[in-house]
Design a binder for this molecule. Structure first.
Ligand SMILES: *Cc1c(COP(=O)(O)O)cnc(C)c1O
Length: 468
């Protein structure tokens, strides 16, 4: 399987090179040269398989000759072995023909673990095979940092530095990062905002000399392997229905468009998906797009669903590439326009095609709290604010009540205890594996909002063991 860039100018790569390069050299995102096909018989045969077996059957179509079958099976088994539910992604009935798929049984209680646990392992595997080491640098406002740290801890080929804004992430989120004491994990609390952290990370990648000295790398949401690993649970959800080949719809709380694009991929591979319903918070760039056919950047409003407080949905470029017949030149021009003017428009023909599959709805914090309260009252089921937005969007936009609707629950309610308690009056308890989180020792370094100082820190703490 080969990978091409959405902007058509970067080298065509094998799976393992696309994995390690993240962003393509022309600024585009890697996608498979063509979508692999899974027949209806093969989809029917997924029924009754374990999560790991399902993942193996799906992912081997994308990894091709780059990873041997035994190695891939081992990486997958290991990635999901530590999840705290034997089903890995269990489903609960929520209403008439409606199910909740719980994607919060990994180490950090958010759906990002489902891709990240695999990504950390396959990164380490490919690097070790090449005799290479990388330094991963990332900025986080919460969920991504802890998922990345959990995925990379203790891996020989990886040194990881995560920047978070000091005092501006929740206690649960901070402790999920700072209580990991493996010697290859470095938490930096920056005296500044999330934007300051993100700007420093960008500056480090743009500093070619620094980038090469550290062999800098990223595991962010545009990495193809994350999308690939996320297609798995769409197949698994359908396999849990009476007939895995019958139509299903999904409701997905969305920020960067990574999760819901994986659903699109599953559809292109042959899964019988009727609708993909997108839920936004008041950072509603995607919902406005599906209403008006126009993508337009605005400022960020903080909400009670902070993992969806985004200005641009970076993975959306992959859908555009598909809508425009995989013409990289068109995408390159559209992205240049977006960069220069803050907006771009999509033609009527392409919009009509997009609207056949996608629908979208936005919800204010007040509406989200109302959904948390209502679902608790009706079903005794606590939802985190992100998952609640998905459920609300699914209910508001589903076209056909006869088609099973699967709502993706993207975080455990205990990850956002204040918002959940305010909405429902219930205090969501942390799962057993994290019940001593507040007793664990924390380790992090507080640094000034100063690029040179942070770069110096990375350089001197890069080789494990020497400075501690
Ligand atoms: C990251 C995140 C999302 C958004 O996912 P995207 O792939 O960026 O659309 C939704 N919910 C939670 C809890 C998240 O952590």
């Amino acid at each position: 399987m080969k990978y091409v860039s959405t902007r058509g100018q970067a080298p065509i790569l094998d799976f393992d090179d696309a994995l390690l390069s993240g962003l393509a050299r022309d600024g585009g995102l890697y996608v498979p040269e063509s979508w692999p096909n899974i027949s209806a018989d093969e989809i029917a045969a997924l029924k009754g398989l374990s999560y790991s077996e399902t993942a193996f059957r799906i992912m081997r179509l994308f990894t091709g000759d780059s990873i041997g079958d035994d190695d891939l099976a081992h990486l997958i088994n290991d990635a999901y072995a530590g999840f705290d539910d034997p089903d890995v992604a269990p489903m609960k009935q929520l209403g008439e023909n409606e199910w909740l798929m719980e994607l919060f049984h990994g180490p950090t209680l958010a759906f990002k673990d489902y891709a990240m646990q695999f990504l950390g392992r396959i990164f380490d595997f490919v690097l070790t095979r090449r005799g290479k080491r990388v330094t991963i640098v990332g900025a986080t406002s919460g969920d991504t940092g802890s998922a990345a740290i959990e995925a990379c801890r203790g891996r020989d080929a990886i040194e990881i530095f995560i920047l978070h804004p000091e005092g501006r992430v929740s206690d649960v989120q901070r402790r999920q990062m700072t209580t990991i004491t493996d010697s290859n994990v470095h938490n930096i609390a920056v005296k500044g905002t999330f934007d300051d952290c993100q700007n420093m990370v960008k500056a480090m990648f743009n500093d070619t000399d620094f980038r090469d000295r550290c062999n800098l790398s990223a595991v962010n949401s545009i990495n193809w392997a994350r999308v690939m690993a996320q297609t798995v649970y769409y197949f698994r959800a359908a396999a849990g229905m009476y007939d895995p080949t019958a139509p299903v719809s999904f409701a997905v709380p969305t920020g960067n468009f990574g999760n819901v694009f994986a659903g699109y991929g599953a559809k292109r591979m042959g899964l019988n998906i009727e609708q993909l319903i997108i839920g936004s918070n008041s950072n509603d760039i995607l919902t406005r797009f599906f209403e008006a056919g126009r993508m337009e950047m605005t400022g960020i409003h903080p909400t009670i669903s902070p993992s969806m407080d985004i200005q641009i949905s970076s993975n959306f470029e992959r859908l555009l590439f598909e809508l425009y017949g995989r013409d990289g030149n068109i995408i390159k021009d559209m992205m240049t326009t977006f960069n220069d003017t803050g907006s771009f428009s999509v033609g009527e023909k392409e919009m009509a095609r997009a609207r056949e599959l996608f629908a979208a709805a936005r919800f204010s914090d007040e509406e989200t709290s109302g959904t948390i309260a209502r679902i608790f009252a009706e079903h005794k089921q606590l939802l985190d604010p992100h998952s609640a937005i998905g459920v609300a969007a699914g209910r508001a936009r589903r076209r056909n009540p006869g088609t099973p609707l699967i709502d993706l629950a993207t975080a455990h309610p205990a990850k956002f205890p204040d918002a959940v308690r305010a909405a429902s009056g219930q205090h969501p308890a942390l799962p057993e594996k994290l019940s001593d989180l507040f007793d664990r020792e924390e380790r992090f370094n507080v640094l000034d909002n100063d690029l040179t100082g942070v770069q110096e820190f990375v350089l001197t703490h890069r080789t494990d063991g020497t400075t501690r």
